[in-house]
Design a protein around this ligand. Structure first.
Ligand code: 5AD
Ligand code: SF4
Length: 436
């Protein structure tokens, strides 16, 4: 039996794409291996959101030259966003690559895996959103479900609209059927995936909108928790807040990327909202849903960002008090509008701003986590903790990681856990009672 190995870079979207890639190979009669030494096919599923992610991929691909020399029959495939953007160029620098396919061309992998004689599949695939690919899911408790592909927002810094193409929503019926299958397989939690889930259905005539989609899938038995990423603040509506409030399975967590606290920078970024708009939505959300956890993405050092603009981001972080943030230094991306903006910020200044933001957030996250000590929360058990082997690990509805002692058999069940100690990135607790 032939063996495949997948190395995934980047976001949840990519991790889920890798599950589809694994599904295709499994269907074609391959089995998965964790190592590269015994693999017959290695797939690098790439990310180009920032330069650093690209560099990681290029050094990994460089290393694979040796593996190919040792085993000339080894096939190397490059998938994902870099594949789509660089296409045939990759063969010039890395002649030992066998196949290059984009995020919307996983269907072509089906033919290639069975011995197809072609080297690239990166063209736009306008029917990708209707295709049903096999999926080999990594976990047994939580599952990802794509509800839409691509993005039409063209934020000035972002490469995604160029690598994943135009926004296309999957038919609600297909999404419903997939979740039903997932539920029958025993999964308890789903995360709906899209670059901008709030605009779900906008371009599908007669299709429901996102809040309505949530309502429809809410009745699927077996699924206990529903999450979704990513929301765009501009399209985050009152109607969605109501759906989140009224639907018990929708978890009390929202990831809402702010990017900057300065209206001038938000405008240059083409984000379509002001800090005040954003703050009002957060206030509304917090008034409607008790104890909701809110996380965000921040970019520091966007072209033209002055000390004063940066201070406004710091103020925003202090005022809002996020549960957690992902913060990044602005990174130049080929083909994006921000490349041509004046006032690119010095790398050193970007690093300083990033450290300041991370340090500030560390204390905010810690004090928010600390306030949970002594309270009891529902936790969905995911299995043994990867970092803390003796303990089980799971998440609260607010997406906080909790580690605690308990029987392996609890995996997949909802339990009540009392929080004993808060750490920066996780919580430690003890089992209060099992609810099955
Ligand atoms: N530079 C830095 N961060 C970026 N992101 C997207 N593009 C860039 C870039 N060019 C960040 C944004 C986005 C997250 C997924 O990645 O904050 O929300
Ligand atoms: Fe990129 Fe903006 Fe689309 Fe998000 S909404 S994927 S940041 S262009």
């Amino acid at each position: 039996m032939k063996k495949f190995h997948i190395h995934t870079f980047g976001c949840q979207m990519n991790m889920h794409d890798s599950e589809k890639i694994a599904g295709v190979f499994t269907e074609a009669g391959y089995c998965e291996t964790n190592g590269i030494d015994d693999a017959d096919v290695i797939v690098l599923n790439t990310c180009s959101i920032r330069e650093k992610a690209e560099q990681k991929f290029f050094s990994e691909l460089g290393r694979l030259a040796r593996a190919k020399k040792k085993n000339p029959d080894l096939k190397i495939a490059v998938a994902g966003c870099i594949a789509r953007q660089r296409g045939k160029d990759l063969f010039r620098r890395f002649p030992y690559v066998d196949f290059v396919f984009g995020p919307n061309n996983i269907d072509n992998l089906q033919t290639w895996a069975k011995g197809g004689n072609f080297k690239t599949a990166i063209e736009d695939n306008p029917v990708y959103y209707t295709q049903k690919l096999p999926v080999k899911r990594a976990g047994r408790v939580r599952a990802w479900v794509s509800i839409m592909y691509g993005c039409d927002n063209f934020c000035a810094y972002c490469v995604v609209p160029y690598t994943r193409g135009r926004e296309r929503s999957r038919p609600a019926e297909d999404i419903y059927d997939e979740i039903k299958t997932i539920a029958d397989e025993g999964f308890r939690e789903i995360t709906l995936l899209g670059q901008n889930v709030n605009s779900y259905g906008r371009k599908l005539p007669g299709e429901c909108d996102f809040p309505e989609l949530l309502r429809r899938i809410h009745d699927i038995d077996g699924i206990e928790r529903i999450r979704f990423v990513t929301s765009h603040p501009r399209d985050f509506s009152e109607k969605l807040i109501k759906a989140m409030r009224d639907l018990p399975k929708v978890c009390e967590h929202l990831h809402l990327p702010l990017q900057s606290g300065s209206d001038r920078i938000l405008h240059l970024m083409n984000r379509g909202y002001t800090y005040e708009d954003y703050k009002n939505k957060i206030d509304n959300l917090r008034n409607s849903i008790n104890d909701i956890a809110i996380t965000t993405d921040i970019i520091v050092g966007f072209p033209g960002e002055t000390e004063d603009d940066f201070k406004q981001t710091v103020t925003a972080l202090t005022e809002i008090g996020f549960d957690g943030i992902f913060a990044f230094k602005y990174s130049r991306r080929p083909g994006t509008k921000a490349l041509d903006l004046p006032g690119h910020v010095d790398e050193k200044v970007k690093s300083q701003r990033l450290s300041m933001v991370l340090e500030l957030q560390e204390s905010i996250t810690y004090s928010r986590n600390k306030s949970l000590e002594g309270k009891v929360y529902e936790v969905l058990v995911e299995g043994e903790s990867a970092t803390d082997g003796d303990r089980l690990t799971g998440r609260t509805r607010t997406n906080k990681i909790v580690n605690f002692y308990g029987e392996q058999g609890l995996t997949g069940s909802l339990v009540d856990v009392k929080i004993l100690e808060a750490k920066q990135h996780s919580l430690y607790g003890e089992l209060a009672q099992s609810r099955g």
